[in-house]
Design a protein around this ligand. Structure first.
Ligand code: ASP
Length: 308
């Protein structure tokens, strides 16, 4: 049956050990299920792809379980610097922010940059001034503090290392970057992605998440994509745009494009992607041990998963 609408979400990819305690596994699967249901309900009530992608990512940002908004990782100075982006598949309009420190929902600021400025990417202080001018909600930087993320940072700082927050050796109880891609019942696609980046990243470091075409991309003619993993690799490979190009020019289908990318283009053990195409097909692919993810559509398909 033709798919009217569909949604795919991720909560980060990485070296997620299969022996995580059952209760931790359940906490994450329940959170994914809850957020996926929220997005699916929005779509069934006629919300647009762009609204749904933004609102779903806000839910992730408000949860301390994921590395975005509340629960973001710490950089090398012991601060939280957040990145986010959105893209509208109808006309490729897009917006992004990097290194914001006091914005509760960076994904919404990214959307405001898209809709209310003539720019695409605003950074740090400038992004926050723009947020103030547009009446956005600010929080104290201490809002982003979570003990688990802080402890993760202390461990890595001691070793002078940078890591995906879900890499092995770190606590299993707090997981990655978040993203949502959607096809709505009007046939439009959208993508939104938000992150705290990598634990112990250098101050001012910007990953793939706010870089259109690297960590996030949407074009109604092909697909919407959101990435998670070591940002530098997704930037080097222009990952999200590469999926679009594989479909557009190489005529691969969505799953083939993602699998080709993670197995032959992306460096091993780097992360993964989620995507949806213009027909509403969904796909995930990752070359890390696991990826927190889920997908649902108008035909009643609904699943959340961590490993293969
Ligand atoms: N891609 C994000 C970054 O490099 C990190 C992640 O996906 O966990 O900033």
């Amino acid at each position: 049956m033709k798919i009217k609408y569909s949604i795919v979400i991720h909560g980060g990819a990485g070296a997620i050990p299969k022996n995580v305690p059952e209760k931790d596994k359940k906490i994450y699967l329940d959170a994914l299920e809850h957020i996926l249901k929220f997005g699916n309900d929005l779509l069934s009530s006629g919300r647009t792809a762009l609204d749904t992608a933004e609102l779903v990512v806000r839910r992730f940002e408000d949860s301390p379980l994921f590395n975005a908004g509340k629960g973001a990782v710490f950089n090398s100075e012991g601060r939280n610097e957040l990145d986010a982006s959105v893209m509208d598949g109808r006309d490729r309009s897009c917006g992004a922010v990097t290194c914001v420190t006091r914005i509760k929902n960076p994904v919404t600021l990214a959307r405001i940059v898209m809709e209310k400025s003539s720019h695409i990417l605003l950074n740090g202080q400038g992004a926050e001034t723009f947020a103030k001018e547009n009446g956005m909600k600010f929080v104290r930087s201490s809002y982003f503090f979570t003990q688990k993320r802080y402890d993760q940072w202390l461990k890595l700082k001691e070793k002078n290392q940078t890591a995906l927050d879900h890499s092995s050796g770190l606590t299993n109880s707090a997981k990655g970057t978040v993203g949502c891609v959607v096809k709505d019942s009007y046939g439009d696609l959208a993508a939104a992605t938000s992150t705290g980046g990598m634990t112990n990243k250098k101050y001012g470091r910007i990953g793939d998440t706010p870089i259109i075409g690297a960590g996030n991309f949407a074009d109604n003619s092909t697909c919407a994509v959101s990435c998670t993993g070591t940002g530098e690799e997704f930037m080097r490979t222009v990952a999200a745009y590469e999926i679009h190009a594989l479909i557009k020019y190489k005529k691969l289908n969505l799953q083939q494009a993602l699998d080709h990318f993670t197995s032959t283009v992306l460096k091993a053990d780097t992360g993964g992607l989620i995507a949806v195409d213009r027909k509403g097909n969904h796909a995930y692919s990752f070359n890390s041990k696991g990826m927190y993810r889920g997908a649902a559509d108008s035909n009643g398909f609904f699943e959340v998963k961590i490993w293969e």
